[in-house]
Design a binder for this molecule. Sequence first.
Ligand SMILES: [Zn+2]
Length: 317
Amino acid sequence: MAFDIIDLHCDTMMGCYFKKVSLREFGGQINIEKLQKGGCMAQALALFLPTDGHLARDGRTPWELYKDMLSCWNKCVDESSDVLRRAYSAEDIKKNAEDGYMSALLTVEDGIGIDGKMERVDEMYEDGVRMLTLTWNWENSLGFPNSADPELHKKGLKPFGIDAVHRMNELGMIVDVSHLSEGGFWDVVRESSKPFAASHSCARALRDHQRNLTDDQLRALADKGGVVGINFCAEFLTDDKDHAFAKDVVRHLVHFRNVAGIDVLAWGSDFDGIAPNQDFKDYAGMPMILDLLSKEFTDDEIDKINHGNFLRVLSEQ
Ligand SMILES: [Zn+2]
């Protein structure tokens, strides 16, 4: 088994945080054993800040929640230090792999905690955050989210959001446009001096959902040297929101390649943030997808999807 897959997004840490369990004990779509079975090289373990009221009702600010979840992240990684190491750069990931360790990447989903304070972007970088999803599905101080309403979907970044993109470029933190409005996406294309990512999105030409990227967006992302991590959410893959099949994941990846070239492809499972209705079940089922992938892609192309493209983006920050 080659340990060569980098997955750009999962919500597993939310599960560990709220259930108060370790990465080993967690019973979701990702845990230590499943990462090992699936062939993990590096896993982006996002701090998803569920701040819309349905989970965080205890009066903490989003920034306080971020700090609490960060403590949990550090504890979880330390508890698994026999097999998992932190990585802050492409070199770290490669070094950890050479030494026989999987890598944990710290990312944050939803810039809501920043709340208009640029010093918090710096602090997040100091905390080890190397990718930030600018918005989730709500407006925040940076910009506006994706919307089924075409007028709302056109809304762009706020002036502070544009400044934050520039600051992230200076620091070396990847700008993540998954969940962002289409207007915000084009602002990032214009304003980002570095390659950026859509960490967990699919192709809108194959499934018309506002969370997915149009062919024009895919080409622009590729032109900037960025990547899109393919999302395993049934609702984003097909019109059948109750079943996700490995063949649909591969179908979207083939579309990405045909439209925007092989250098834009990556993994963005969204495990533990999506309904568990995949025929490949969970991270341990990655070999089933790779099997199908090998019918459509060469070994060199699969290496790029698995880790090459993202390592390039991370090293170019
Ligand atoms: Zn998400």
